[in-house]
Design a protein around this ligand. Structure first.
Ligand SMILES: Cc1ncc(C[n+]2csc(CCOP(=O)(O)OP(=O)(O)O)c2C)c(N)n1
Length: 532
């Protein structure tokens, strides 16, 4: 008879989930016993980092991924990262150990007394199997649910004595071997109505969101924009966890501002706004105004019924974004509208001392490889990075969609593990580093050659900008004097360089990019926001 552990690892193997991210405790050791040689265990030193690494790995490998946590306190530490995975639509199987079944009711030490409810609002499904022999089926159910659109994290709590229990061979062989496939295209009617609407519009525009890339719709989005002569905006940065359109393309206009009034203002003059693969819209802060420009209609394509339902305006089609864009591309004729004016290249910012973040990003652009991947968590320079780099390949950009910090550093390590042949650069503010700082250790311990570019402006710059928008004066806690990330990273085993001038920055980045070990480049930058 196989044990629950044998059957569960067969399931993981069968699903191609052979990298497990975790931070173990006594309740997880029975799962890890006799760890099979064909699996890889990646240790994170704190649970937010475990989930962050798993998130980056799942997104960059496009596979569901396991994050194994230590009962209630481990799940508690990971809650912010699970929130982010939910916003990112990342297919994660989050598991946590639990006390033995015999000691749960008397609530022995470390019992997660309400494991299901603890994480419930942040996941698609939260479960603790009623019997040990149900664990493989529960894990299978979780993996399939996480992978079905809209993708997202699920949670299974597993009592520690379950792993050694006998599994029912006949039942588990079905659970281990099955698959589920659920990418549904919009109905032919819906596609042809939208195609006619688009072709007849006098000045339509495309707003591209992260699920275009996640659903393999990149080429279809480009084809559609070219055939229909559509200018293209990226969905506002907080929700743009991935790119939906090549930012160096002549039709690309820029990133939409993240607020109600400014979105309508930016889209002024368009009579049809087609949104693909984004919520409508990831707004923040609250700058009121009309939801749409006068006379405009909005149609959104999303795989997420909740995104479709909660949009405050417009018509929504719930369907796989990539497949629906392909169908739409086939249904529209070549438009006779004039092509949009080509977008000017990145702005040039003079080098000062200390450098402006834009100048740092222009130095990065100079040495950034064609197939490079950016993981970004530098709030005050997000727009400057997008403008300077103009990333134009799918799978080349990851960002925390929900607005929570702590994703960047671990997700970069996870993305690099998933894509060992593509150089990963993590561009991060010195404040943001602290929310996932122990990921430096995992990068060093597993020789994960991420290049970390830390922008050191000695403050929470974006919060000072928010203070202006919110008309708040006198708020404490917005300065970060003497925070030396280079020294901290060295303590975790990462080689660090300090660079101040533009040429030094480019040279240090080239060196780090060529290295087979993780390296960090810390650059002092001017305070404040960098928009270009
Ligand atoms: C988990 C979490 N805690 C706090 C915040 C609030 N917050 C947003 S941006 C920011 C400042 C980040 O500082 P830094 O990385 O140095 O970037 P800068 O604003 O200077 O570009 C903070 C604290 C958040 N978004 N998420």
């Amino acid at each position: 008879m196989p044990t629950v552990r044998d059957a569960s690892f067969d399931l993981f193997r069968n699903q191609g989930m052979m990298t497990i991210f975790g931070n173990p405790g006594s309740t997880e050791l029975p799962m890890l016993a006799d760890f099979p040689g064909d699996f890889r265990y990646v240790l994170g030193l704190q649970e937010a980092v475990v989930v962050g690494m798993a998130d980056g790995f799942a997104q960059a490998s496009r596979r569901p991924t396991i994050a194994n946590l230590h009962t209630a306190p481990g799940v508690g530490n990971a809650m912010g990262a699970i929130f982010t995975a939910q916003a990112n639509h990342t297919p994660l199987l989050v598991t946590a150990g639990q006390q033995t079944r015999a000691q749960m009711t008397l609530q022995a030490n470390l019992t997660n007394r309400d494991a299901i409810r603890m994480v419930h609002p942040l996941v698609k499904w939260s479960y603790e199997p009623p019997r040990a022999e149900d664990v493989p089926l529960a894990l299978a159910r979780g993996i399939h649910l996480a992978s079905l659109p809209p993708q997202g994290p699920v949670f299974v709590s597993i009592p520690m004595d379950d792993w050694g229990a006998e599994a029912d061979e006949a039942d588990t062989s079905h659970a281990v071997g099955r698959g589920v496939d659920g990418r549904a295209v919009a109905s032919p009617d819906s596609v042809s109505r939208l195609a006619a609407h688009l072709d007849k519009a006098s000045n339509p525009v495309l707003v591209a969101g992260p699920d275009i890339d996640a659903s393999g719709g990149w080429d279809a989005a480009v084809g559609l924009a070219e055939r229909q002569r559509l200018p293209v905006w990226a969905t506002p940065a907080p929700g743009g966890g991935k790119l939906g359109f090549p930012e160096g393309h002549p039709n690309f206009r820029g990133v939409l501002p993240p607020a109600i009034g400014p979105v309508a203002q930016t889209l002024e003059g368009h009579d049809l706004i087609l949104v693909a693969g984004s919520s409508v819209f990831p707004y923040y802060p609250h700058i009121p105004g009309p939801l749409l420009p006068d006379g405009a209609t909005l149609v959104a394509i999303t795989s997420d019924p909740d995104e479709a339902a909660r949009a405050p305006m417009g018509y929504a089609i719930v369907a796989d974004v990539g497949l629906t864009l392909k169908a739409l591309l086939e249904a529209v004729p070549e438009s006779s509208r004039p092509a949009p004016e080509p977008n000017p290249g990145p702005s040039e910012i003079p080098a000062e001392d200390p450098l402006n973040s834009s100048t740092v990003h222009s130095a990065l652009a100079e040495v950034f490889p064609e197939d490079g991947i950016i993981v970004l968590e530098s709030p005050a320079s997000t727009l400057a990075l997008r403008n300077q780099l103009r990333l134009s390949r799918p799978g080349s950009y990851y960002f925390s969609a929900g607005g929570g910090l702590g994703f960047g550093l671990p997700a970069a390590v996870g993305a690099q593990l998933a894509q060992p042949d593509r150089p990963v650069v993590c561009v991060i503010g010195e404040g943001s580093v602290q929310y996932g700082v122990t990921a430096f250790w995992s990068a060093a311990a597993y020789d994960v050659p991420v290049t970390f570019l830390v922008l050191r402006n000695s403050e929470y710059a974006i919060l000072k900008w928010f203070a202006d928008v919110e008309q708040v004066t006198g708020a404490p806690g917005l300065d970060l004097p003497a925070l030396d990330c280079a020294a901290v990273a060295e303590g975790y085993g990462v080689t660090a360089h300090r660079a101040r001038e533009r040429d030094e920055v480019a040279a240090a980045l080239s060196k780090a990019l060529a290295s087979s070990a993780p390296e960090l480049v810390e650059v002092p930058v001017q305070p404040g926001m960098s928009l270009f």
